[in-house]
Design a protein around this ligand. Structure first.
Ligand code: PGA
Length: 236
């Protein structure tokens, strides 16, 4: 594991964007898993700036988002489809027909989740999984007490995640109770992983994830056994 401890969010977002840009420059047809939430916003902003300066070309990449809330329409303002379009896809030249999300409203959601993993495999597997981390240690929406061997699936959200994400909704009651998420097995199959953690609220869980026991209670702790993980961590 490579660990960059950086002084603040500005340094974290620039470091992460630089590493992601390098991945795309070295392998223009990279298959990339993208996260949502507050942490990646500044990273996406810098990636879009690199594109605008003519320094980065997204036309060859394929995107698979980590997760999506169940029950929201794709164009609902709180959906992760909407988030990705707002924050990145509408600002750069990714091919629209290679922007994939787990199908949160499929009639047969289990089948749709299996199809998602099959599609990732059909595209050659993930070259890069870019991750945030929840205050409870989740990656994607793999909540504590996760199953390390699970592929993409539908999961209930914990109270801690519902409260943490309430800021993106009018109130906590409006946060969906379930989501579809790439499983830990899917994430761990990525050739390279970049995790960004920012702010004092993440300090304790990051210490557990990086230095504590590898346990389903701290889903991110499984990253300790991945062969190519880069962690960018700012406490400020
Ligand atoms: P945050 O969310 O970036 O908004 O803190 C991270 C996560 O829940 O994975």
């Amino acid at each position: 594991m490579k660990l960059y401890q950086v002084p603040n969010y500005e340094a974290a977002r620039l470091k992460a964007a630089g590493l992601i840009a390098a991945q795309i420059n070295v392998k223009p047809d990279s298959v990339i898993a993208w996260p949502t939430g507050g942490t990646p916003v500044g990273v996406y902003e810098h990636l879009a700036a690199l594109y605008n300066r003519g320094e980065l070309d997204f036309s060859g990449i394929t995107s698979f988002n980590l997760d999506e809330y169940c029950g929201l329409a794709d164009d609902a303002p709180q959906s992760y489809h909407y988030f990705m379009d707002e924050q990145l896809f509408s600002k750069v030249n990714t091919a629209k027909d290679r922007q994939f999300f787990p199908d949160q409203n499929a009639v047969d959601i289990n089948q749709a989740c299996q199809d998602y993993d099959a599609k990732i495999a059909a595209y050659g597997g993930l070259d890069l999984a870019f991750l945030g981390i929840g205050v409870n240690g989740h990656i994607g929406f793999n909540e504590p007490d996760t199953v390390f061997s699970a592929g993409t699936r539908c999961v209930p959200l914990t109270e801690s995640t519902i409260q943490a994400n309430a800021r993106f909704f009018d109130n906590a009651d409006e946060v969906p109770r379930d989501a579809v998420t790439m499983g830990i097995k899917t994430i761990m199959s990525a050739k390279k992983i970049i995790l960004v953690a920012n702010g004092p609220a993440k300090r304790e869980i990051m210490e557990q994830a990086l230095c504590g026991p590898i346990t389903p209670d701290v889903p991110a702790s499984i990253l300790q056994v991945h062969p190519d993980v880069t962690v960018i961590w700012s406490h400020a």
